[in-house]
Design a protein around this ligand. Structure first.
Ligand code: PMP
Length: 445
């Protein structure tokens, strides 16, 4: 059956009529209608090509033929639930296990990052028998009610902070409490978590979990200071809690040098629970929680079945396996290191020309460009960041902003992003900032 195609304005009218308005569109003044995509390129209804710097979900490239073929082949064969024995789920779990530290070896497959984090909360609660959760400021961990509660980015605008939730300062060494000039920001930020744990105990409560993204993304593409996670894990575990690493955005080699961003910490650091999602199925809803045998055993011990209708079905796992194959075959981690490094270097060069660039940071293809109105004061340039995104769109480059002040232009493209793409992005940012600065000068005169 051929689906009907609508004119763009008709699609927009129907979207407004039938789809909840809290489901927002990119570029709400003039949304882009995308009808096709390949690799790192999107195509609109007039076949105009856009460079996609946004879609970290389409990790190995939009509509990668190996992934679509694996999906179609398995869909023709079987798609049943996980109460039947099947090879795909066990093969996939064992392939994922090979990327992780040995002690992270028990998997639960789910359908979204939110489901993964909700299950992580349950696992932590069941294992520790404690209730309280420590999260980082500005964090986002998902859209379920349980996760809104542990996402300061959301609960500040909604239900407020629950008494079992405790917010630790974001370890942002550019604009946070302790900055790059601090002798030991990792220890100083870890101490803030230790202080919170002490406060929790004073209230007669106990910590179940410390929850953090391995690289806080909504927080503004933050790189945690080296040594922070190790220290925090030590404090949290000695309080009887567990360390949960949310790798929903950062997993599957995005950082290039490692398969998981938490591995950048090095040493013996290993979270107790890791959640993963977005890039896992290259756009297909596939997510997962991995944990230790001890935590999984405590979850089993409650005697209640964990059944997830769609999680871990043969089609999802065939897709997941195909994604892993492509990452390896096409050396996408190597590409992420090379191209991400090049992009960061080009943006750092722009920083020497444009006073509005306060900071350039990132690792692999996870890069942020923080704009400021005053370099000394590091005043967030929220309006300028929005303008850069709008003007990039006119050049048919899709990017977006993040950070508590929405002043960080972020780049999390599909991992097949090329050197040429990085150069095009940097070139246009240079032209845009030059033009914005010239106009500001004219206004000031
Ligand atoms: N954790 C993080 C870090 C995320 O960025 C997101 C989604 N933006 C989620 C969890 C929730 O994932 P999902 O939208 O798949 O439920």
């Amino acid at each position: 059956m051929e689906l009907e195609t609508f004119q763009k304005n008709q699609t927009l009218a129907m979207r407004k009529k039938f789809i909840g308005q809290s489901c927002r569109l990119f570029y709400s003044d003039d949304p882009v209608k995308i009808v096709k995509a390949r690799g790192q390129y999107l195509y609109d209804e007039n076949d105009m090509q856009y460079l996609d710097c946004i879609s970290n979900v389409q990790h190995v490239g939009h509509c990668h033929p190996s992934v679509t073929q694996a999906a179609a082949a398995q869909m023709e064969q079987l798609n049943a639930n996980t109460r039947f024995l099947h090879d795909n789920i066990v093969q996939y779990a064992s392939r994922l296990a090979a990327t992780l530290p040995e002690k992270l070896c028990v998997f639960y497959f789910v359908n979204s990052g939110s489901e993964a984090n909700d299950l992580a909360l349950r696992l932590a609660h069941q294992y520790t028998q404690h209730e309280d959760v420590i999260v980082l400021d500005h964090a986002y961990h998902g859209h379920l009610m349980s996760l809104i509660d542990i996402s300061p980015y959301k609960f500040r605008k909604l239900s407020g902070q629950k008494d079992w939730v405790h917010v630790a300062p974001l370890p942002d060494t550019y604009r946070g409490l302790y900055r790059e000039d601090h002798p030991d920001p990792a220890q100083a930020y870890a101490d803030t978590v230790k202080d919170l744990i002490d406060q929790v105990h004073l209230k007669g409560r106990k910590v179940s979990a410390f929850f953090a993204e391995s690289l806080p993304s909504v927080g503004g593409q933050i790189i945690l200071p080296s040594g922070y996670s190790t220290k925090v894990a030590e404090y949290v575990r000695s309080a009887g809690g567990v360390f949960v690493a949310d790798e929903v955005q950062t997993g599957f080699g995005r950082v290039g040098s490692h398969f998981w961003a938490f591995q950048m910490e090095g040493g013996v650091f290993c979270p107790d629970i890791v959640t993963m999602g977005k890039p896992m199925g290259n756009g297909h809803p596939l997510a997962c929680v991995v944990t230790t045998e001890e935590i999984a055993a405590a979850f089993t011990a409650n005697g209640v079945e964990y059944f997830n209708t769609f999680g871990g079905n043969p089609v999802s796992c065939a897709i997941g396996l195909a994604v892993l194959d492509v990452i390896e075959k096409e050396d996408l981690r190597g590409n992420s290191t090379r191209v991400g490094g090049h992009l960061k270097q080009l943006l750092a060069q722009l920083q020497t020309k444009h006073p509005s660039i306060g900071d350039v940071r990132g690792v692999g293809l996870f890069v942020g460009l923080e704009l400021v109105t005053d370099r000394e004061l590091r005043t967030p340039a929220t309006e300028a960041a929005a303008q850069v995104v709008q003007r990039l769109k006119l050049q048919r480059i899709c990017a977006s902003t993040d950070g508590p002040w929405e002043n960080v232009v972020k780049f999390k493209p599909p991992m097949c992003f090329s050197m040429k793409d990085a150069e095009l992005v940097a070139h246009h940012i240079h032209l845009i900032l030059t033009d914005m600065e010239t106009n500001a000068d004219k206004r000031d005169k």
